[in-house]
Design a protein around this ligand. Structure first.
Ligand code: SAM
Length: 363
């Protein structure tokens, strides 16, 4: 793209579908660097230079769903199934509070049975009560990522004290969504869940996988306009990485290095379009490049998720091949991440929830 056109495009605050496609198509390293710098400047302007931690506890890989891309899908018999005990989950989350992380993400496979719902609600109540301290007077910020649930269940979790919820739309393209999910999972149902979460009052996060087989830049551009038009507060998105134990093949049209670059461009473009939301630099970026998460931060992310899952079960929560930090413990992740954040000139927002500014703006 000629530089006067790129310069003026990057100064815009409102972007058309064509503008977004043009930005995602940038390929020349100098053009991509201009995009990165513009996204970084918007991040500083709207979100400061702080990066917030959400310590993630992957507390169960038992899943009732059979998503074609996911390593913990129900039909995968090669994975050892586990659910952490309440004591293990609380211990990991309170460690996170004592280290100043401020927020925790509880993630698992998807179950809707009453015992699971009761279990999650009980953990939220305990964490809320036990994590209050001088440094965290409102206790830990709790984000849930336990899939599609009924509005009543979402309300119960909210009443118990969870205030953010992550539910990726995976792709907003109806044909592609259908390709990568079994018949009984629909885009409409996922949209209804996101609406229900918003109506209850959660800070709502979503995201997509980047580089899915058959996915085009047009589709990704529509994903970005969806984030804006749906008033999403938080984004967690990353490259799709093949898992050998699943039926979905790798993308033929997008190579690994291109999926990584596209992942970074998606972060930058989402930052330019949605400006004041929280965006996570996800682990899938690090699976493709050792410094993938730091690069994600320099392209506009302001959140990262240190892994608090006990080392013994990490190998059983492999959503895709080559997931990093499988053999590390939470202490190693802590010092490693701090150095990673500082290596790109940013600071960590310790002992703070680091809520989405966008959410504050719409309330
Ligand atoms: N069951 C919950 C849900 O669906 O929201 C949370 C757990 S699910 C494993 C978390 C996310 O992992 C999914 O939203 C999906 O985007 C991501 N994921 C699964 N398989 C993946 C793969 N092969 N490559 C990249 N991301 C993947």
């Amino acid at each position: 793209m000629d530089s006067p056109r790129l310069d003026s495009l990057l100064k815009q605050t409102r972007f058309s579908h064509q503008d977004i496609v043009a930005l995602l198509s940038l390929d020349e390293p100098t053009d991509v660097e201009c995009l990165r710098k513009a996204a970084e400047a918007v991040t500083f302007q709207y979100c400061s230079n702080l990066v917030y931690y959400r310590g993630i506890v992957e507390f169960s890989n038992r899943c009732a769903l059979d998503c074609h891309y996911c390593g913990i899908r129900r039909s995968n018999t090669r994975v050892g199934r586990f659910t952490l005990t309440k004591a293990e989950i609380v211990e990991a989350a309170l460690w996170c509070a004592s280290e100043g992380y401020g927020s925790v993400v509880l993630q698992s496979g998807e179950r809707k049975d009453p015992s699971f719902i009761d279990f999650v609600e009980d953990i939220i109540l305990t964490l809320k009560a036990d994590s209050v301290s001088e440094a965290l007077p409102r206790g830990l910020g709790i984000t849930l990522c336990v899939g599609e649930q009924t509005p009543e269940t979402y309300q119960r979790f909210f009443n118990a004290g969870a205030h953010r919820y992550l539910l990726r739309i995976e792709t907003t393209d109806p044909g592609l969504f259908h390709e990568i999910h079994p018949e009984n999972q629909t885009l409409d149902s996922r949209l209804a869940c996101l609406r229900s979460l918003q109506a209850i009052g959660y800070q709502v996060g979503t995201g997509v996988m980047i580089g899915l087989p058959g996915q085009t830049l047009d589709m990704l551009a529509r994903d970005v306009t969806f984030f804006r038009d749906f008033d999403i507060d938080m984004i967690g998105m990353g490259p799709y990485i093949r898992s050998q134990d699943t039926p979905l093949p790798g993308s033929e049209s997008i190579e690994k290095s291109s999926a990584f670059k596209l992942g970074l461009k998606m972060i930058a473009v989402t930052r330019l379009v949605c400006r004041d939301i929280n965006i996570a630099a996800t682990t899938a970026l690090q699976a493709l490049e050792p410094d993938g998460r730091e690069q994600g931060i320099t392209f506009g992310a302001n959140v990262t998720m240190p892994n608090l899952t006990p080392t013994e079960v990490r190998k059983d929560y492999q959503l895709y091949d080559g997931k990093p930090c499988i053999n590390e413990g939470k202490g190693e992740c802590r010092s490693c991440l701090l150095n990673r954040v500082r290596s790109v000139g940013r600071e960590v927002g310790f002992n703070a929830w680091g809520d989405s500014k966008h959410f504050a703006g719409r309330h």
